[in-house]
Design a protein around this ligand. Sequence first.
Ligand code: UTP
Length: 276
Amino acid sequence: MIGKCLFPVAGYGTRFLPATKSMPKEMLPIVNKPLVQYGVEEAIEAGMTNCAFVTGRGKRAIADHFDTSYELEHQIAGSTKEQHLEGIREVMERGVFTTVRQRSMRGLGHAILTGKPLIGSEPFGVVLSDDLCLNSEGAGVLSQMTSLYEEFRCSIVAIQKVSPAEISHYGAVAGPTERDGLIRVSQMVEKPTPEQAPSNFAVIGRYILTPDIFDILRDMPPDDRGEIQLTDALKVQASEGRVLAYEFEGIRFDCGQVPGFVEATQYVFEHHYGQN
Ligand code: UTP
C-alpha cells in the first residue's frame, strides 16, 4: 500500500502571470475548487492520505487551504453556506498534510529530492496538480497506478498520446509493450523535436516512484539550465528495466496553460458542478 504522495508546488507559474504574481498557480480554481484540491482528492482516493507539499515563497495559501479557517467557519456555521465546505472538510479529515520548502527553483528533480524528508524510504506517488485528471467511469489515475504498482513493484509514469506537434512540450517514452496500455520504458527523451521523439507518448504529471530515485537524484548533475531533471533520474531506472509507462483511463487537462485551463473549466462546469 502506498500511503504518501508528493506535490511539487514550488514553481512560479509564469504562464499565468499576472494572476500568479502573488497567488500560487495551484490555487487557481477550476470552477469553485482549486487545482491542488483535485490532485489531493485523487491521491486520497488512491489511499495516499499523507500529502506532502514541496512549496516555495508565496505558497502559504496552499497549506492554509488544508487547514481550518476559523473565522470564516465560525461566521457561516449553521447557515446554508456551510455545505460548500463539505468537500474540503472531508479531505482535511482523511488527509495529513506536511510541507517542506524548496528554497531555489532548481527543477522538478530537485523539488522531489527536497521532499525526501517527508517521504522517507518507501514508494510514493507524485502529482503535478496543473495536470487535472478525471475519470468519471471509475478509479482515478493514481488509483489505477497503485494497482499496477502492487503487481510490478517498480516506478510507473502516466502517459497520454499527443500529436507530433505537441510532443516537444513533454517527455516522450518508448519501449516494448508489457501488455495492452503498458510499456516497459527503454527510451525517454525530454522535450524532443517531433523528429527526435521515439513515440507520441507523452509523460504527464502522475508518477509512482520507488525510493531509490532519491539517491539517483542526489548524484544527478544539473542540466545546462542548472536544473535537476526527474527524466534523467527515471532514465537510470529505465536502463535497468524498472520503469513502466501506463496509458491511463480517463481524461486530462493541461491546466498549466491557459487553453487547457479554460477547457477544464468548461468541462467541470458542464459535468461536475453542483455534485460536490
Ligand atoms: P512547470 O514546468 O509547469 O513550471 O513545473 P511552473 O513554474 O509551475 O510553471 P511555468 O512554466 O512558469 O508557467 C512543473 C511542476 O514542477 C513544479 C511546479 O510547481 C509544477 O508543479 N516545480 C518545478 C517545482 O516544484 N520546483 C521547481 O524547481 C520546478
